[in-house]
Design a protein around this ligand. Sequence first.
Ligand SMILES: [Zn+2]
Length: 365
Amino acid sequence: MLLIIKLLCAILTFCLLSSLAVAQSTAEAALSTSKMVLSITKPVKIVLDAGHGGYDPGTEKTREGMKDEKVIVLAITKKLGEKMLLRLIGTEIIYTRKRDIYLKLDARVAIANQAKADVFLSLHCNSNPKKSVYGTQMHIHNNTAKKSRKLAHHLNKAFETIAERKTLGIFNSKDRGFPLYVLQFSKMTGVLIEVGFLSNSKEEEFLNTESGQDLVAEAILHGVVTYCKAEGLAVKLLPKPAEVKAELAKHNSEAGKKLIKEIDEATQKYEKEKKQDEEAAKTAKIVYRVQISASKIPISMTHYDFAKLQAKNYKIEEVITDDDLNGKRYRYFVGKEDTLEASQAILTEIRKFNFKDAFITSFEQ
Ligand SMILES: [Zn+2]
């Protein structure tokens, strides 16, 4: 009897041990497979392109206290980039600009093409002579760019559901009547997002608030995630760290611990990048210039009004900016000052000549 019990025990122990061994090796196999998948899965490269910048303000603010398009889209782009760094695992974020600098359209395209990016997002604000018009627009190159159309569709949906914004639909080159350079020449899936109209006072106000900018960024984030998942791209959206970390710690589960680790790693990556940005911002120099004129065609330096200024020893500089929706602009500047006061003194003098609409513009150099 004793022998039988002993034998039974031995059999049981063997079974238990071997099943444990099987469980362990399955877990190890799963772990090594996931490691393997992780090591061969390339991150999804996303280019964030804040439209305009520097010399080119884009759509100008309609009133004091508001900001120009170049400032609003940069703020949204930065918020979006932060969200992606903090919460979107499996991606690499590339900015065309992080600061208030001027970049030509071909430079933006070159950044995206050289990075061999998977997704290109260009952010803009709209304008319409009819002030009642508001809502978002998604622009793609043409309908043969099927992936771009899908991305635009998911972005459109996210603007409706996440941000509860009015959407005006998806537009291609035919709808617009002209191609957009950044979409035409970038080689990847791409959408130019018009986040709203600055010519509509309610939408302008919304886009000037932190909460509005955050909501727009959140919608874009969700649109990108839905698109990536539908395309089978290995991205994972983490919950907002502040909301879930305390809750996860309470339960102390393995899955929870893994999630906390992922959140912490993403936060570290984000903090590191933020520090680098702050260092770069320290060396950035802001200059103030007076824009005296802007035109679709070049103005001769010997023009009567220009000549009068030059006779008073003002040096006029011509800067050509290119804009996807409005085409080339020839801009004329006077002065390059370190302080707003110095630039204001120049503006006061210049307005005495025939430049009543001259204004001060500032940007980084
Ligand atoms: Zn624009």
